[in-house]
Design a protein around this ligand. Sequence first.
Ligand SMILES: NC(=O)c1ccc[n+]([C@@H]2O[C@H](COP(=O)([O-])OP(=O)(O)OC[C@H]3O[C@@H](n4cnc5c(N)ncnc54)[C@H](OP(=O)(O)O)[C@@H]3O)[C@@H](O)[C@H]2O)c1
Length: 335
Amino acid sequence: MSIDFDYKGVPHTLDPWSASRGRYDSMVYRRVGNSGLILPAISLGLWYNFGDNRPFDIQREVLRHAFDKGITHFDLANNYGPPHGSAEENFGRMMWPGPQGQLGSRNYLLSSLDDSLRRLSIDYVDIFYSHRFDPVTPLDETVGALASAVRSGKARYVGISSYSAQHTAEAKAIADRTGISLVIHQPSYNLLNRWIESGLTDALRSAGMGAISFSALAQGLLTDRYATEDAADIDRATSRPTLPAATLTDGILAKIRGLKTVADARGQSLAQMALAWVLRDPVVASTLIGASSVAQLDENIGALNNLDFSTAELTSIDEYATEAGVDLWRSSSEL
Ligand SMILES: NC(=O)c1ccc[n+]([C@@H]2O[C@H](COP(=O)([O-])OP(=O)(O)OC[C@H]3O[C@@H](n4cnc5c(N)ncnc54)[C@H](OP(=O)(O)O)[C@@H]3O)[C@@H](O)[C@H]2O)c1
């Protein structure tokens, strides 16, 4: 067995791994808006579970399994970890995907892109996002920086994340004037957080853009374990400052349990139904998922076995799928 050292000086065994030959056979791939960008219906995000706080072997097992299942899109950002940057470094040690930034100045965006490319050890990303609308920086500057990323060859496509419907339309108009294609929006969206239905999905449709949702499981709340176990007994892989224990009120628990009854009747787990539900509108081309184990990943990919909803099912879901205040991003000045 040979021993290799990565650029941090950490020894690891050279482990020749070949991806499964049939990896594209069972995944569903969808077009983003009117663009040429094609994404798997389920994409994997590395917000938590892939920093230096988790065993490297488990991370690699989950990532390889995802790739073998046809997941070709992985979502990273310069601040994912913990610590910041470590998710990109770890991913760069085993694969090759695409990052994001925060704030909207030309300097911040383009230097964060360069830093991400260096950490990932790659020359370009498939999609580069403006992570948040920046109320201070002129939108022309932010979109201009996205244009520079495309023109320099460091990004193939560009998008925005958590922009309101109005700012999305403005960003798209600037991008059109600049001659670049703004193709994708990454919003939070789940059964307990439906803000995008109040204008954003229509704005995306009329702009010919598509969406990729994040926190579709409400950071893990929309899963069988919260419907069936006492919250105090649930062992999470990482503690999430973005999901304080107080989030889970009795009211939210009642919604989760109600939604599980609908999922049971569909023969799906709650996580599977939650993922299928965000994909029911074709404007949502893909949904990101988080996963800390291969078992979670497999369960979530199983959502693809039933993506259709009857009118009666949607009506039952609507009884419980009402705004629950679980989304921290909603409280930002942008939303
Ligand atoms: N653009 C933005 O501003 C933004 C913001 C947030 C997130 N994101 C992206 O979206 C991705 C997903 O976000 P998220 O982590 O909030 O997603 P999520 O899918 O809502 O939650 C993922 C967590 O739920 C739990 N889980 C997943 N599948 C499960 C299952 N089948 N059964 C039981 N528990 C399950 C796991 O918790 P345990 O780890 O405890 O097992 C997992 O870490 C991120 O990685 C990131 O790429 C983007």
